[in-house]
Design a protein around this ligand. Structure first.
Ligand code: FCB
Length: 471
């Protein structure tokens, strides 16, 4: 039996839920450096693993490449002006490590750092709070050549880089996220190979996971020690929300394993200083061990202030293949995604807003005392411009409305959620999917770089004004 609990609650109920959010709720939009900046060869920026991966034949749909992307590096003031029109109070962006420290070690590249200095000033001048992510997947290529995240030294390199950025921007930026979605960096990057650097080695992915966590802990400690004014430190996870396709023992065990690598392998060490026993057993059964050294878990469990949650869909897994087998040809336990026939976005991701409520309530229950902020939520649809180039993206509005209502519902059910950021400000380079998948509130014409707000942009602005009480 599929757990499809509540269906969409309907527009009126959604409006009521959204209206229950407090006037102090934080509203923002999110982006990341490689997806929007372009200017990959300018002002001393070094190559990242994404510059390299994009050049692997067949890696990116349509052969797309992020060399120019939204040209944000040159259009930043114009983009901040667009944000101002949205009436958001927060902009979540990432710093490109290879722009500020090209080889991943050594001194700062002043010209690269100057860009973020200008961005922060521009935001503050527009009354927008900068929310800075230090690592959104663009590892300097030199560090990958030295072994990448599976190698312990990368964690120390990350902490040094974090301090370079903090030394320069810590006087004006209060909210710092160490890592964006380390699951993707580790699993998609080193195991599944669907993201940079495109390796396929499960053991390397697990080593990467530990070193990402270690880098987070080291960076968090050093920023906290150096901060002379209050900072809000955090990490952003895409925990996913995985449910068993049926109530069978095999499906429940598959869901447990997926939850182990999606949620608990991250949050247990981050908040309790230990890896979950069942995850360690599962890994050992595959001959894989987490390379923990003395003191690592204390560092990883350094207290932090806010957990960023990225949510797009829920998924359902079965522990048997279509022939009913529990093990695949390689002897590994089966973990097979099952679709439920619900409507999907252009990513083919099923739309499950009630899964969002359940996830947020579960995170607050299982990991209490940590405020949550939704650092990404949004949807790609096949936007069709009318003859004037306008986009009436009703599907995106419906998606956002249902998911913001789901957040409000989770608050009513006891989850401590402080804010919500839409992914994303404007259409951009969607990693392995290239430019074909559009998630933006603002349309980008990649030929002319013209920006056109979609209906969802206006809708989001009105929603924010309504909740704040200044409609
Ligand atoms: C998340 C990423 C973000 C964007 C969205 C659609 O996993 O953090 O950069 O690609 O998915």
């Amino acid at each position: 039996m599929l757990d499809t609990t509540a269906a969409l609650v309907g527009a009126e109920a959604e409006r009521e839920l959204i209206a229950s959010l407090p006037a102090s709720f934080r509203w923002g939009v999110a982006t990341s450096a490689y997806q929007i900046e372009g200017a990959v060869d300018e002002d001393g920026r070094g190559p990242s693993i994404w510059d390299t991966y994009c050049r692997v034949p067949g890696a990116i749909d349509g052969g797309d490449i992020g060399d120019v992307a939204c040209d944000h590096y040159h259009r930043m003031p114009e983009d901040v002006a667009l944000m101002r029109e949205l009436d958001i109070d927060t902009y979540r962006f990432s710093v490109a490590w290879p722009r500020v420290q090209p080889g991943g070690k050594g001194p700062v590249n002043p010209a690269g750092m100057a860009f973020y200095d200008r961005l922060v000033d521009e935001l503050l001048g527009a009354g927008i709070d900068p929310w800075l992510t230090l690592y959104h997947w663009d590892l300097p290529q030199e560090l990958e050549d030295a072994g990448g995240w599976p190698v312990r030294d990368t964690a120390y390199r990350f902490a040094d880089y974090a301090m370079l950025v903090f030394d320069r921007l810590g006087d004006r930026v209060r909210c710092w996220t160490t890592l964006n979605e380390p699951w993707c960096s580790a699993m998609l990057g080193y195991h599944i190979g669907r993201q940079a650097p495109g390796r396929q080695d499960f053991s390397a992915a697990i080593h990467a996971a530990h070193h990402l966590l270690l880098g987070h802990g080291l960076g968090t400690r050093r920023i906290r020690e150096a901060a002379s004014r209050p900072v809000e430190l955090g990490i952003t996870l895409n925990t996913g929300h995985v449910l068993p396709a049926t109530d069978s023992e095999a499906d429940r065990d598959a869901a447990r394993r997926a939850d182990g690598l999606g949620v608990r392998i991250w949050l247990d060490p981050l908040t309790r200083g230990r890896y979950p026993a069942d995850v360690l057993d599962d890994l050992a059964a595959r001959g894989v061990h987490i390379p923990v050294q003395d003191g690592d878990l204390d560092i990883i469990a350094t207290p932090f202030d806010v957990l960023g949650v990225n949510y797009y869909f829920a998924s359902y897994v079965s522990g048997v293949d279509s022939a009913g087998n529990r093990f695949d040809a390689a002897g590994l336990p089966v973990e097979r995604s099952v679709t439920t026939g619900r409507p999907v976005t252009a990513m083919n991701w099923e739309i499950v807003p009630e899964g969002f409520t359940d996830l947020l309530v579960r995170l607050s229950r299982d990991y209490p005392g940590i405020p949550l902020v939704v650092t990404e939520n949004g949807a790609a649809f096949e936007d069709v411009p009318d003859e004037n180039g306008s986009i009436d993206d009703e599907q995106r509005i419906a998606y956002l409305s249902a998911h913001i209502a789901a957040v409000a519902k989770a608050r009513q059910d006891g989850a401590d959620i402080r804010g919500y950021f839409v992914w994303t400000l404007m259409d951009n380079f969607e990693w392995a999917y290239g430019f074909a998948k559009r998630f933006g509130l603002i349309r980008v014409d990649y030929e002319t770089q013209e920006r056109t707000p979609k209906s969802s942009a206006l809708w989001f602005r009105n929603l924010i004004r309504g909740v704040r009480g200044d409609a």
